[in-house]
Design a protein around this ligand. Structure first.
Ligand code: 5GP
Ligand code: ZN
Length: 135
């Protein structure tokens, strides 16, 4: 458990949360500021800062529980789709530094819109980035 981590405090039961699922490694609970009805967070119980630092086992158990929650959102809340979101570091909007995945139910009439406008790029720019990332 990391000092001053609100999600570790939720895991330990020291801070209240609306828990919806739990297993040995992982818990899921409602986001306190939901983007849509049913917006949930899934976290490993073990503290780890974000995607760059999380052990593979924590990533696996988190994504497996995210799928379970997404299925409940479809079957019980009647959502028409789901977005999974992870934010890693402040440049990518991370505000709580305990790895988590947002599981956001989407409804045909919900207010969420894509925040990004695609860059206008040439083929050689794609190729250049691909070369840097390959293998
Ligand atoms: P991030 O921006 O790090 O990806 O997302 C952090 C999320 O945690 C935000 O959506 C925020 O609403 C949620 N959050 C922050 N503090 C609390 C809390 O104390 N309890 C719960 N349930 N969610 C929280
Ligand atoms: Zn933590």
């Amino acid at each position: 458990m990391a000092d001053d981590c609100i999600f570790c405090k939720i895991v330990a039961g020291e801070m209240p949360a609306h828990r919806i699922a739990e297993d040995d490694r992982t818990i899921a609970f409602m986001d306190i500021n939901p983007w849509t009805r049913g917006h949930a967070l899934v976290i490993p119980k073990e503290h780890t800062r974000n995607l760059w630092e999380a052990p593979i086992a924590a990533l696996e158990s988190t994504i497996a529980m995210a799928q379970q929650i997404a299925t409940r959102q479809r079957d019980r809340l009647g959502c028409a789709g789901v977005n999974l979101l992870n934010c890693t570091e402040p440049a990518a909007w991370q505000t709580v530094f305990h790895y988590h995945v947002h599981v956001i139910p989407r409804y045909e009439d919900d207010p969420l819109r894509l925040p990004a406008k695609p860059l206008e790029v040439e083929q050689d720019e794609l190729a250049e980035a691909a070369e840097e990332l390959r293998g």
